[in-house]
Each structure stands twice: as structure tokens, then as C-alpha cells.
Design a protein around this ligand. Structure first.
Ligand SMILES: [Zn+2]
Length: 221
């Protein structure tokens, strides 16, 4: 879903010294655009990382609740670990933790012996469901591959990303749809980290904004 947007900020890598100011400028621009009601979809390199068209969300922690009897905690941790590799994990967007103190609680269900309806995972409301295989339109059943990656993909939806556009250049993104060619090879990529960071306003960022002397607010014309 590319959401018909009029504003599509492109994210580029910058020098470390300018990253902070650039990030603050992006954040302030995003807030201004949100206030103006302008769509806030953003894309990264090759347009593979796409965020939902919705206002900035506030949060610090997303908690996961799951039955350790149906999904091993180590596998949940491995899925979260893929997102933890983001430089802005916990600062630019919420950290993901086990159930406990959290701004939002998400339930994770694992149904390893069931075939999902044409998919290996879903995220609806506050519930992630992961299946062991997926039923194809022709009735055949295909295995879903690495549970950690499938969960990390659904966590990407929790964080606000939509499925990556189809195509070879995006197929290694964690948000790529699963197919035979990328079974087991999807990873969280830097542009996905950056895109998620655009959607969230965390206490860390609020503190940075308050402390930044070089940022001033302007009114739109
Ligand atoms: Zn998806």
C-alpha cells in the first residue's frame, strides 16, 4: 500500500554530527505536517519501507503476551532481537518487551499445526497470530519457515509498517511478503528502522526536542 500521498520524505544516511539535528528537523516537519492534516507516509531507499498513513504515535514500550508453552520465549526474543538491531530501537520508536509495564499490550498466538488462510501471520487489533503453514489458492499448503522472522514481520505491522512493495529489491526486507525466494532470509533493514522512527514520538525524542537550542518553530505560509 503506497497510500496516495502528496508528501513523501526520503530518508538518507547522513554524517553522525548532523544526524541529530536532521532528525529533529524531520520530526518537527512531520509534526507540522500532521497538524496540517497532510498524509504522513514515508519511504526509504528503493521505496521498500512504507509506513501507515496515520498520525504520530506516542509510546515507549510495547509489551508482548504469549503462552510459553506454544511459543518459546527464546524465539520471541530472537524476533525482537531483529528490531533491537535498529540504532533507534527504544529511542526513535518504542522498545518491545515481554508482558509487563507497557504503553500497549499485544497478544501473540502460535498455531504451528494449522495452515493460515493464505498467510503465515496476521496482526488485527492487538493480536498477532502465527501459523505453521499457509494454504494456497490452489489448495496446496506451504511451510511458513522461520518463526522469528514471521513474528518480526508482524511486529513491523505493530510498529506501523505496511508490507513492502513486491519485487526483488525489497524481498530481503523484514516487511517483504513471504515467498519461496526469501524464506528464511528476511531481516530488519536500516530504512525500515528509520521509517518506523518517523511514526513514533518517544520520551527520548521529546527530551531531545526540548533541549535543542538550534530548533525553532515557524508558522506555515
Ligand atoms: Zn504483512
Amino acid at each position: 500500500m503506497m497510500a496516495g500521498t502528496s508528501t513523501v520524505p526520503t530518508i538518507r544516511a547522513g554524517g553522525a554530527a548532523t544526524d541529530c539535528v536532521a532528525a529533529l528537523r524531520r520530526r518537527l516537519s512531520l509534526l507540522l505536517l500532521t497538524l496540517l492534516g497532510v498524509a504522513t507516509a514515508a519511504v526509504g531507499d528503493a521505496n521498500c519501507a512504507v509506513i501507515e498513513d496515520k498520525p504520530v504515535a506516542r509510546g515507549r514500550r510495547i509489551g508482548l503476551r504469549f503462552d510459553p508453552g506454544s511459543i518459546a520465549p527464546a524465539r520471541v526474543e530472537a524476533a525482537v532481537g531483529l528490531w533491537r538491531q535498529c540504532r533507534n530501537f527504544g529511542s526513535g520508536f518504542p522498545e518491545i518487551v515481554g508482558a509487563g509495564a507497557a504503553d500497549r499490550l499485544v497478544v501473540v498466538e502460535h498455531r504451528p499445526s494449522e495452515a493460515g488462510p493464505g498467510r503465515c501471520g496476521s496482526f488485527v487489533g492487538s493480536r498477532i497470530v502465527l501459523w505453521g503453514s499457509q494454504r494456497q489458492p490452489d489448495g496446496t499448503v506451504r511451510p511458513c519457515g522461520a518463526l522469528e522472522q514471521n513474528l518480526a514481520h508482524e511486529l513491523g505491522h505493530v510498529l506501523g509498517l505496511v508490507d513492502a512493495p513486491r519485487g526483488g529489491t525489497c524481498s530481503r526486507r523484514i516487511m517483504a511478503r513471504l515467498h519461496r525466494g526469501n524464506l528464511g532470509s528476511r531481516r530488519v533493514q536500516p530504512d525500515e528502522c528509520m521509517a518506523v522512527g518517523q511514526l513514533w514520538l518517544t520520551p527520548v525524542e521529546m527530551g531531545r526536542m526540548a533541549a535543542a537550542p538550534s530548533v525553532r518553530r515557524v508558522t506555515s505560509r
